[in-house]
Design a binder for this molecule. Structure first.
Ligand code: ZN
Ligand code: ZN
Length: 280
């Protein structure tokens, strides 16, 4: 099975796939996955994350000539409901060309170190650096204004900063290149620079392996699992439907079999605090 990655993710993915499915990971060596876009914005992403992930897996298979492919993709930003919280999303997509199957899993990661801020080389950054997990987690620096501030010029974008010495030099260089002397400093989210992300990708890999190992009850194809959540869990006081999940739709990637299942945690009623009638 080919893995399209240039950020060392194959080491994280190898064990779950070998143990769960007896598949050996083959790195698509020399494949430039940055053509699918980069976190640091030098290249915009041409498609949404699940689509990018599938295209990456296909490119890896073209590159290695194998019939099975795997690719991973992450995105980071503000939580849709709580914008002061950073969340990450991880996708992992498995493609089987012989059978024409695309099996994907995703994970919302509430624990991420994703953050960025504008700094001046003289600032006291100690608290921030501790919060984002530096130096076990690497950083990226770029000039705040002027050439390279949008990430367009690689020369003034410094990635993979891992030591205090590197950080001081990067801040100095980017500040000199910036017309206001300030620097954008942000977390480097590439997997080999970010142990928190590697943990998330590993748990997602085990989830995807379980899903591939689950056959559809109708046609037997691999990949049976959760497709979407249905909102409308009734309020415990008044019985009105709420925004909370009421049920899960499970489905097949090969045929149109769908099944509605109750929530995995067995809850039948929502907290009245989540009800727009009882707690408007
Ligand atoms: Zn209610
Ligand atoms: Zn099926």
């Amino acid at each position: 099975m080919s893995v399209a990655t240039c950020h060392g993710k194959e080491r994280v993915l190898a064990r779950p796939f070998r143990r769960g499915l007896d598949l050996t990971v083959v790195l698509a060596t020399g494949l430039d996955t940055d053509v699918f876009g980069t976190f640091s914005g030098e290249r915009p992403r041409p498609a949404d994350a699940p689509e990018t992930c599938r295209r990456k897996a296909e490119a890896g298979m073209d590159h290695t000539g194998l019939d099975l492919g795997l690719a991973s993709e992450g995105s980071f930003g503000a939580h849709p409901a709580f914008p002061w919280l950073a969340v990450g999303s991880e996708w992992l997509t498995f493609v089987d060309r012989r059978e024409g199957l695309v099996i994907a899993e995703s994970l919302l990661v509430p624990r991420t170190n994703f953050d960025r801020r504008v700094v001046s080389p003289g600032d006291d950054l100690e608290d921030w650096l501790r919060r984002v997990g530096f130096p076990s987690h690497a950083l990226i620096a770029r000039p705040h204004l002027g050439e390279g501030s949008d990430g367009s010029v690689d020369v003034s974008l410094i990635k993979g900063i891992r030591t205090s010495g590197e950080l001081v030099r990067a801040l100095g260089r980017c500040a000199r290149a910036s017309s206001d002397g300030l620097v954008w400093l942000e977390t480097d989210m590439r997997a080999h620079c970010n142990p928190t992300r590697r943990v998330a990708i590993r748990s997602l890999a085990f989830r995807l392996v379980r899903r591939i190992a689950s056959p559809c009850p109708a046609c037997g194809a691999p990949g049976w699992g959760l497709c979407e959540g249905l909102a409308g869990l009734p309020c415990a006081w008044c019985g009105q439907p709420t925004e909370r999940l009421r049920a899960e739709i499970w489905g097949c990637v090969a045929c149109d079999r769908r099944e509605e299942k109750p929530r995995g945690d067995g809850r039948h009623a929502a907290d009245p605090g989540d009800c727009s009638w009882c707690n408007p």
